[in-house]
Write a protein that binds this ligand. Sequence first.
Ligand code: FDA
Ligand code: NAD
Length: 426
Amino acid sequence: MGRAFVYVILGGGVAAGYAALEFAKRGVSPGELCIISEEPVAPYERPALSKGYLLPEVPARLPSFHTCVGANEERLTPKWYKEHGIELVLGTRVKSADVKRKTLLTATGETISYKILIIATGARALRLEEFGVTGSDAENVCYLRDLADANRLVDVMQSCTGGNAVVIGGGYIGMECAASLVINKINVTMVFPEAQFMARLFTPKIASFYEQYYVSKGVKFVKGTVLSSFEIDSNKKVTAVILRDGSRLPADMVVVGIGIRPNTTLFEGQLTLEKGGIKANGRLQASYESVYAVGDVATFPVKLIRENRRLEHVDSARKSARHAVAAIMDPEKTGEFDYLPFFYSRVFALSWQFYGDNVGEVIHFGDFTGGKFGAYWVHKGHLVGSFLEGGTKEEYETIANATRLQPVIDDLAMLETQGLGFALAV
Ligand code: FDA
Ligand code: NAD
């Protein structure tokens, strides 16, 4: 049993949705393109799951956040795919791939063949068991990667109003879920191994602003330690979290956000991997010419940084996917992907954006007492990264443009004095 397509997108997440849009804009004939996804729904904007989806009032629900609403593009509902003759093979896991034969084998036993494959398998959440802690399959322990996880989190949250949640991990999931839990009237304690949260990106000064804000919302922090075990009752529910320093935190629920692993397994031994992802060139083409890799699973050259990077952010997924399709459909006119890394988050009434790379010396500017503030990163005499909290659309565009230009910085004190004004003048 089998089907054949010209183009197959493996994975039905953010990158898949944006790739489909680009294919449709450039013109694919009915029956040429299919998306295979383990998820039972058409591609959606994953960032909604830790934000609008968790709101107690008027929460976001599909179909409102199908791709590609996140970039003010058309909303691709199942009806849209049908109208464009794009096959959605949903609820279907691919269990093996043969890049030489150009075939994929699904868990239901179907062989799907292609001429060109776009790997958009994203990543999976790391589990505590991978760090030697057991019990995270208890019904009130939540991870958050897909819609099923989000539904479970909503159910558990609703049963815990007024209770205690322990959030394990001080990264993006930890920070955004802690805010959502507070909004749902749950008492939150965050536990993470670093001395500050968002250690991968925030400077201590930036982190300190957000931490104080969280404290003002009632969040407690336990830093510099990790969980060692769960206390679990006879109903298989976690009742407390025991930390490595011996302390015990009573818990009605637990949210775990301890990082991800790209879904590369199907291609190990067949394609070149780098930095945990599938290595792609500036056209997002993998080491086998009929295969492309995009989104969280791809490690590609970031020209501006002069390094191959694997990025775990939605803007990168959207743009790498569109670029790969451009490279496939119009190879003559499509150059190398020239990407400016862009990360953002929204929590409570706060909102920040970051562009570029966070290496080198840091210059902070603005009002860290609750107004607009930011930071620049200066590396080898050039501006390479910019962060801004509380900016307007125009101000975010301004720091993005300035960062892309990488202007020479020979006077750090001047940069500090000018603050946001520096980017406006570039
Ligand atoms: P994505 O994970 O979206 O999709 C992968 C797809 O492949 C899934 O549908 C999966 O089921 C499928 N798949 C994998 N293996 C398969 C197999 N063998 N067979 C079939 N299907 C398979 N970023 C940001 O910049 N700002 C933000 O605010 C947020 N917020 C945010 C919230 C939450 C809760 C998460 C989990 C993530 C974010 N992100 C984010 C990150 C962002 O969502 C992420 O970078 C993109 O979703 C990556 O898109 P991909 O398409 O690469 O993977
Ligand atoms: P992360 O990499 O942002 O943070 C992981 C955190 O886990 C670390 O900061 C650390 O504090 C903690 N940690 C690591 N090992 C641990 C251990 N053994 N025990 C306890 N804590 C440990 O990952 P995440 O927060 O899980 O986010 C998952 C993915 O979702 C990432 O790719 C992220 O980019 C994406 N995401 C992005 C956004 C956004 O961009 N706004 C929002 C949500 C999720």
